[in-house]
Design a protein around this ligand. Sequence first.
Ligand code: PEP
Length: 254
Amino acid sequence: MKRKPFIAANWKMHKSIEEGISFFNSFHEKVKNISDRETGLCVPYTMLYEIGKLKKHLNSPIALGAENMHFEEQGAFTGEISHDMLLECGVDYVIIGHSERRHVFGETDEVLNKKMHKLQSKNQMKAIFCIGELLEEREAGKTNEVLRRQMKQGLDGITKEFASTMVVAYEPVWAIGTGVSATKDDAVNAITFVRKELNELYDEETAQKIRIQYGGSVKPNNIHEYMDSEEIDGALVGGAALKVDSFVQVLTKW
Ligand code: PEP
């Protein structure tokens, strides 16, 4: 099955609203006619509404993403943001379980599973579901075990219909923001394993529909290595997505 490649940016806690808008305008101009691959920008909450409006105004093909979401509908959850608040801003994708949420903010597989269930029950925005092992887990030969656990628990009760709409981002934690990217072989091996597990959890047809990205120090000069592989359906990009020219190159240099 042919899956449409998806290159998404994760801006993390960077950029003012003005900088975000200016990025969106010039990125849109450069990519608006590209149709053989999808691109998206996952941006801080502060600029979601303005960028959502701009996207609509420009009729832009760029997907808009949020970096996180709470699983409750509403209520006394100071500092959190709900599903409907994101939807109101025009969000298409929500990153669930980025390694910084897991390892800096202590989000567990159980919490991430609740977030996936919230997205599933509303069925209006798609998940970019992140998984990946720590360096010590890799060194202890536990990569596959960790990936299996994160998928089994994080996707518990998620139907094949909803799962087939999600994007999985395989992001080895040791490669994120470090400049040390996974080799093509390491990325392909992990992603092949992830698809095999999705096949076990669901079925062949569902597993073939799900796009699996690689993330971890992707740059204009290494993206082609990953995108050369049939197994890898795109990338989740942090540092190299903060400048328009660099992100355009990541999207087009393969
Ligand atoms: C990320 O934030 O998901 C990421 C992969 O960051 P970087 O590209 O900077 O490693």
